[in-house]
Design a protein around this ligand. Structure first.
Ligand SMILES: [Zn+2]
Length: 336
């Protein structure tokens, strides 16, 4: 098994570090890059707009690229045509991206390469436990039951019709979140060894994100605070695969009146149909950014240009989230 210290070497370092995955070679001069990565399992809602806008402004304010990828690996949940809807909505809001959109459903080969690399280094093992097996072990984690390690000593090959888990270590993973402050999470207490490939062959979110952030050259991940417990898993995989760790900015979530994540059932149609400027103003206010008094009367692109110039990560309020503001043109929504 390769040591974590070795895996931590940055492939952009002068000594070359570990050999990067295909497509992950860093450019000679690193250009700042952010990204927005929606799942086409439902329409974009106000919370999605907040995350998209924050990552867009952060990348543009740093003079960088902003890329989009469609996280469509969980095919049974993907809604046909939804990815195109997402892209049209981003364009309506003036959030124009660089380069081609990356579709995870086209990424089987790059994920297979990463899995092979981890398997050869001894980090993976097959797991045949069911959800109820894991529940019966009764070990509490941050997101329900954590994996008790039942199959850690199983041997087998990648052709087994089993889930594939990656080993975690007891040492906590730490990073300085640019909004939420210093973070420290121990993966064995958070989730235990976690699944990278499901028994049905689908690659999980955690692995795909790590590979694609590297391929897209993302140096700062700006996303919703609900994903903060995914970050230590992703940093663990970056270290094992010899990939650079981006900076992380977890922005507060837009919640509904019951305090639940807005989710796609709420305000979604509103975002697709709403006038961009009033909604952009609400999203900027939600992110703690200052607005000029004339903001509601500015054109969309003028407002975005102003927001880029005045973008300040330090003004984003720290916290998991709070209720979304009343949205324009959605007075008929019973849940807002
Ligand atoms: Zn198992």
């Amino acid at each position: 098994m390769r040591g974590l210290q070795d895996a931590r070497r940055d492939p952009r370092a002068p000594d070359g570090g570990l050999s990067p995955l295909p497509g992950c070679a860093a450019p000679a001069v690193a250009i700042p890059c952010g990204r927005f990565a929606p799942s086409p399992t439902g329409p974009l809602h106000f919370g999605s707009l907040v995350a998209a806008l924050a990552s867009f402004l952060d990348a543009r304010a740093r003079g960088g690229h902003w890329r989009v990828r469609i996280e469509d690996l969980d095919r049974p949940r993907v809604i046909p045509g939804m990815a195109s809807d997402h892209l049209r909505t981003l364009e309506r809001f003036g959030l124009h991206w660089d380069d081609d959109v990356l579709y995870q459903s086209h990424g089987a080969e790059r994920y297979a390469v990463a899995l092979r690399q981890l398997e050869r280094a001894g980090w993976l093992y097959p797991c045949i436990c069911s959800r109820s097996d894991i529940a019966q072990a009764g070990l509490a984690g941050a997101e329900g039951y954590r994996y008790p390690g039942t199959c850690r000593t199983r041997s087998g090959s990648a052709t087994d019709s089993a889930a594939w888990r990656v080993r975690v270590e007891a040492a906590p993973i730490e990073w300085p979140d640019l909004v939420q402050g210093p973070q420290r999470h121990a993966l064995d207490a958070l989730c235990g060894d976690f699944v990278l490939r499901r028994a049905d062959g689908i690659i999980t979110y955690q692995l795909a994100v790590v590979i694609d952030d590297a391929i897209q050259g993302v140096d700062r991940v700006v996303r919703g605070a609900d994903l903060i417990t995914s970050t230590p898993r992703q940093i663990h995989l970056q270290r094992l695969l010899g990939l650079p760790t981006p900076a992380y900015v977890h922005v507060p979530l837009a919640l509904d009146r019951q305090g639940d994540k807005l989710a796609k059932r709420l305000g979604a149609a509103a975002v697709a149909a709403a006038e961009p400027v009033p909604l952009l103003c609400r999203a900027l206010a939600f992110l703690g950014q200052s607005l000029p008094p004339e903001a509601p009367r500015l054109g969309r692109d003028t407002l975005l240009g102003w927001a880029i110039q005045h973008w300040d990560v330090g003004r984003i309020p720290r916290g998991q989230g709070w209720p979304a503001p009343p949205l324009p043109n959605v007075a008929d929504s019973p849940e807002m």
